[in-house]
Design a binder for this molecule. Sequence first.
Ligand SMILES: [Zn+2]
Length: 165
Amino acid sequence: MHLTEIIREVRKLARDNPDFVYDTPYDYCFYVPVGDYPACIFGQAIHNLDPDFDLDRYNPNENIDSNISSVIRDNFEFTEEQLIWCRKVQMYQDYKSKWSDCIDIADKETPISLGYANSWQENPVELDQHNKFCSGKMVRENLATCLNKYHCKECGIIYKVDSSG
Ligand SMILES: [Zn+2]
């Protein structure tokens, strides 16, 4: 599985539950439900995509680094920008931000930016993943004459096209 799919699911969960504030009986987040407390946003997203995925082993204990980077590095294909975005979302979730705010802040502070399409030798992995898995539409925003920004709200990628030649 590629992280693009997990990011899409995380963004969908936040859209469906924008005001949700994650809470646990402990100081850290859990990837599986604890008592009446639901799993964290990444736990829910991964479970929705693959119910057989063993999330239990990433629950915090003294033998394991339980942050989302470890889960991702151990199990999925990813790009650094995507990894950083996920860490940011988890951090704000654990700071008790509303899920919609976690996404908005991560998008603002560490966007999954692919730079200028003009400079690509070939498509970035994130764009290939978007074309393959993501049903999101690339929304165009005109920034200046001959300068456009494209953004997918489903998988979060952003890039610019400078057509001034
Ligand atoms: Zn997309």
